[in-house]
Design a protein around this ligand. Structure first.
Ligand SMILES: [Zn+2]
Length: 254
C-alpha cells in the first residue's frame, strides 16, 4: 500500500457516509497508523511525514496539521506511541494518533500528535505538546483523544469534562449517537491540572477528553465498529459551531 495515494483531501466535504466512503476511511486510518505502529510503537519511526505529507514537525516529537476549514478546532493525541510517565514506560493508546490525523483530513480541523516525544503530554506539567498547543492561533475547541482497554461493560467512549468548560454541541452530538455507549465523568474525568483538557480550559479553550474503547480502534477493532466511531466523531466535529467574528475578537483578549 502507498499511504500517500490514500490521503483524504480536505476539500472532501464530510457528507453522508456510504459503504465505499467508510471502507476508504478505514483503509486510510490503517495507513496512517502504520507510522505509529512501526518499531513496536516506540516512536522511532520516520514514516509519519511520508504517510501524511501535510503534517509538519513543530518541535522534536510533536507534529501538527494546521486546520484548513476549521483551525478553531484542534484534535490532540499525545499517547499514540509508547511514552514515559514518572520514569515508567506506558504502552501506546493505539489508533489514537492516526485517528486525530484522519479527523483533520475529513473535517479540516487542526491535529496535534506526538510521535516519540519525551515524557507524557497528559501528565507532565511542562511538555512540548502543551507548549505547541498553546501557541496555536485562534483555537476555540479542543478534543483530546485517548484509548482505554476493553472490559466487560466498558463504554465505547468515556467523556471527561474536567472543569466543565466544554464544547456543548460536540458533547451533545456524541451522547445523542444511537450506535455508541457513551458515559460522562465516571472513571476518567480529566479533572486534574496535569491533563491537556484542563490546561486548555484554563486558557479559555472549550475542551473535552475522550477515552475510546479498544474495540473501536486499530489494531483490535473491526472495520464496522470503527466506522461507527468515525461517523460519530465526524458528526460531532461538524456540529461544533464556527466562531463568529465577535468570538474571534474575544479570543484575542484571552
Ligand atoms: Zn492516553
Amino acid at each position: 500500500m502507498t499511504p500517500q495515494s490514500e490521503e483524504i483531501q480536505p476539500t472532501d466535504a464530510p457528507g453522508a457516509p456510504t459503504a465505499a466512503s467508510r471502507a476508504r476511511l478505514i483503509a486510510r486510518w490503517d495507513a496512517i497508523e502504520t507510522a505509529f505502529a512501526a518499531e513496536y510503537y516506540s516512536g522511532e519511526s520516520q514514516l509519519l511525514t511520508t504517510a501524511v505529507p501535510r503534517i509538519r514537525k513543530a518541535v522534536e516529537g510533536v507534529f501538527v496539521i494546521h486546520g484548513s476549514r476549521r483551525p478553531d478546532v484542534v484534535v490532540t493525541a499525545v499517547h499514540g506511541t509508547n511514552h514515559v510517565r514518572d520514569g515508567k514506560e506506558k504502552w501506546a493508546d493505539r489508533g489514537t494518533g492516526s485517528l486525530a490525523i484522519l479527523l483533520s483530513e475529513i473535517t479540516g480541523c487542526t491535529a496535534l500528535v506526538t510521535l516519540g516525544a519525551d515524557g507524557d503530554g497528559n501528565h507532565d506539567f511542562t511538555h512540548p505538546a502543551k507548549t505547541v498547543l498553546l501557541d496555536l492561533p485562534g483555537v476555540r475547541t479542543l478534543v483530546d483523544l485517548h484509548g482505554s482497554a476493553h472490559l466487560p461493560d466498558s463504554p465505547d467512549i468515556e467523556i471527561g469534562t474536567a472543569t466543565g468548560y466544554v464544547p456543548d454541541e460536540f458533547i451533545g452530538s456524541v451522547t445523542a449517537n444511537q450506535t455508541l455507549r457513551v458515559l460522562v465523568d465516571v472513571a476518567r474525568t480529566a479533572r486534574n491540572a496535569r491533563r491537556i483538557t484542563m490546561l486548555a480550559q484554563t486558557h479559555g479553550i472549550r475542551a473535552v477528553q475522550l477515552e475510546i474503547d479498544a474495540l473501536r480502534r486499530p489494531p483490535v477493532g473491526n472495520p464496522a465498529p470503527r466506522a461507527e466511531l468515525l461517523d460519530a466523531l465526524t458528526a460531532a466535529l461538524v456540529a461544533t459551531p464556527v466562531p463568529t467574528p465577535a468570538d474571534t475578537t474575544a479570543e484575542g483578549k484571552r
